[in-house]
Design a protein around this ligand. Sequence first.
Ligand code: SF4
Length: 462
Amino acid sequence: MSELNVIKKERTAVINPIVTCQPLGAMYAVSGIERGMPLVHGSQGCSTFVRYGFARHFREPADIAVTSLHEDAAVFGGRKNLISGLGNLAARFKPDVMGVVTTCSSEIIGDDVAGFIKTAKVEIAKKMGEEAADKIKIVQINTPSFVEHQFKGYDNAIKAIVDTLAEPKDEENGKLNIIPGIVNPGDIREIKHMLSLMGVEGILLTDTSDPFDSPLRPSKADKNPYYQKGGTPLADLQDCANSLGTISLANYANSAPASLEKKYNMPSKVSEAPIGIQNTDSFIRTVKKFTGNDVTDEILDERGIVIDAMADVASRYLFGRKVAIYGDPSITVGMARFVAELGMIPKVVCTGVKNEYFVNDLKKVAKESDEDIDALFGQDLRALDVYLKENPVDLMIGSSDGRLMAKDLGIPLYRVGYPVYDRVGYQRRPIIGYNGALNLVDGITNTILDKYYETQDWKLQQ
Ligand code: SF4
């Protein structure tokens, strides 16, 4: 029986990391709130590089504020900066939600963030009046960056958002909470599309689709002068306590579902990203189970179209090709299962995260496929590079950060994950759901055709 071989880490130092620090995940999560403003409590670089990364990947500006801690804060603390920062943002941007995202520096200093927020609320009320101040919610998100990674920061943020904002009522709202993970606008739109085909109303925790892919058109300046269109409204975040259940589509985002389940006795499921047929089937089944709504013909048609596309190409061009997959712990597992569904061999999967869900999920994929899978977890791109020199593959699947390695090794790279900055349009195209699977079938096959099928041989080889 095939199994998972976990390859041990040989270095302490990290070379070409696949993960970044916690605040990124929290900034991403708060950006998906309508009139939501992340305020990073740290030095300027902690927000600048994330903003720059978002702008390169999503090709959309991201508004992220920072308390701009300098050397004096290391001695005297960041109280003054945080209180005045929250006051300025409230007065100028009138947000519905401000997410205070901590960093290495504010965590190490030991700032009393909860106390500072309390004081800031009093100051804001003095300036803007009680009623206006009451409307602005402040969420404290602890993201100590010296441990873990952006996925933990995302998990912490979603939990902090629901713990702070959710308001239980006597009646259920008939909706379903969905935690999408760190994905693209195209993926979130695909989730909403699948829910709408099943007649299900979802509460996205949170919805970055429009904020990170906004239409360029005259803004409704009177209504929303500073914010991109969309995001999850505050009212929905408050209402998430009354939903039928919670589904997390990222194996690292399990704290908020557990918290909602415990506090409000609400069923929850943490699953793999719905990438490929089996994982999307499982997502659809869970939606049906939580809501009681039927799987419609439209959904079955979309599924059938992917199956047809897979049948067209799998045995002809893809079967037996070895693949290396790296990046996000949830997306990599989803991709591993999907390439196995395509008849390819997920030879090695590499992620920067040490995560029991990742290992367990990948064990299941190895069991289901006929080939052993090598796993590099808690590792970096250098480790993958060393591995691939000894164990060459036919295709790499991962972010733009692996592009130079792919070029050096002469292996074609199909771009998936975050960040993708050397191709355009990626953020709009889903990889999630049946339509996402269709995009992947086409993209992966065309990458294989480009590399392994000579133009002059085409007539013979097709
Ligand atoms: S590791 Fe710490 S100092 Fe560096 S960007 Fe992240 S939060 Fe800021």
